[in-house]
Design a protein around this ligand. Structure first.
Ligand code: NAD
Length: 281
């Protein structure tokens, strides 16, 4: 039997219901400040999708457009102004940024209370202690998808491919809290020609690399849950990192790309905003 599709949209709809209830319980409309530097097409597409989701939930989406030539210091000053602005509950910096600005050096200036992407070191650090209220959106989206399968992660062999700060690393910690046994693979694993061996024993496989077809369908363990975070454009189509058709024949659950992780990520951003507003209250 082919794997069941693990789609993000129906889960996102359920979570949006609780977000709406939380917003009603707040005494004011939550405000999301979105910093857009320049006019990169990909960043503009993210803005549009976030704007649409925010408006449908009753969140005020305040777009802050800055000149593409802004200096690092100028951007930090702007972030600090938003940190102090009591009407703003959450701040996000749109990617990609112009080349003179390094996101990793800038994002930590967003105060932990308004860091709705969960990238401030203070929020990252709380994950280690199992105390995080605001999680990096993509990692949180993957945890929601896993919850939907009903699989008990206790003692399971989980393999995460990709060790970025926003996906692989926080996910490893979140999964450890569920008592899963985690292996995190990355470019070093591939170079050592050990990726296939790790993937083959995964009962849960999460891939966030950004290389179409990296994970071959016949590497998937029979009955595995496969979450494909990757987004790749191939001949005008969006595909993930896993060979979908072949993997679907072996897995028990698999996320489609597009339509799996993606629709949930923006919902997680809005959930973080409401969480931040509650904490600020
Ligand atoms: P990144 O680009 O920061 O890092 C890539 C990771 O892949 C690194 O850990 C690197 O070591 C590893 N890697 C590179 N080549 C490899 C190989 N041949 N074998 C094994 N590992 C290899 O990662 P990111 O920012 O987490 O993004 C990863 C992918 O996930 C991208 O396609 C991105 O577009 C996508 N993404 C999707 C969403 C979503 O909402 N669906 C959100 C975030 C990222």
């Amino acid at each position: 039997m082919p794997a069941k599709l693990l789609e993000g949209k129906p889960i996102a709809e359920k979570i949006k219901e609780t977000i709406r209830q939380d917003i009603q319980a707040l005494s004011k409309t939550p405000v999301l400040a979105s910093i857009l530097v320049g006019d990169n097409a990909a960043a503009l597409a993210y803005v549009k999708s976030q704007q649409k989701t925010a408006e449908a939930l009753g969140i005020e989406y305040r777009l802050e457009k800055l000149e593409s030539g802004i200096s690092k210091e100028g951007l930090i000053e702007f972030i600090q102004k938003l940190n102090q602005d009591k009407s703003v509950n959450g701040i996000i910096i749109q990617m990609p940024l112009p080349s003179q600005i390094d996101y990793k050096k800038i994002s930590q200036f967003i105060s932990p209370e308004k860091d709705i992407e969960g990238v401030n070191p203070a929020n990252m650090g709380k994950i280690v202690f199992g105390q995080a209220k605001i999680l990096p959106c993509t990692a949180a989206a993957v945890m929601e998808l896993l919850k939907e399968t009903g699989l008990d992660l206790y003692g399971k062999e989980v393999v995460v491919v990709g060790h970025s700060e926003i996906v692989g690393k926080p996910l490893a910690l979140l999964l450890l809290d569920k008592f899963a046994t985690i292996s995190v693979c990355h470019i070093g694993t591939s170079k050592a020609e050990r990726l296939k061996a790790h993937v083959k024993r995964a009962e849960v496989l999460i891939v966030a690399v950004g290389k179409a077809g990296l994970i071959k369908g016949d590497w998937i363990k029979k009955g595995a849950v496969v979450i494909d975070v990757g987004i790749n454009r191939v001949a005008d189509k969006i595909v993930g990192d896993v060979e979908f058709e072949a993997a679907q024949k072996r897995a028990s659950w698999i996320t489609p790309v597009p339509g799996g992780v993606g629709p949930l990520t923006v919902t997680m951003l809005m959930r973080n905003l409401v969480e931040a507003a509650k904490l600020q209250k």
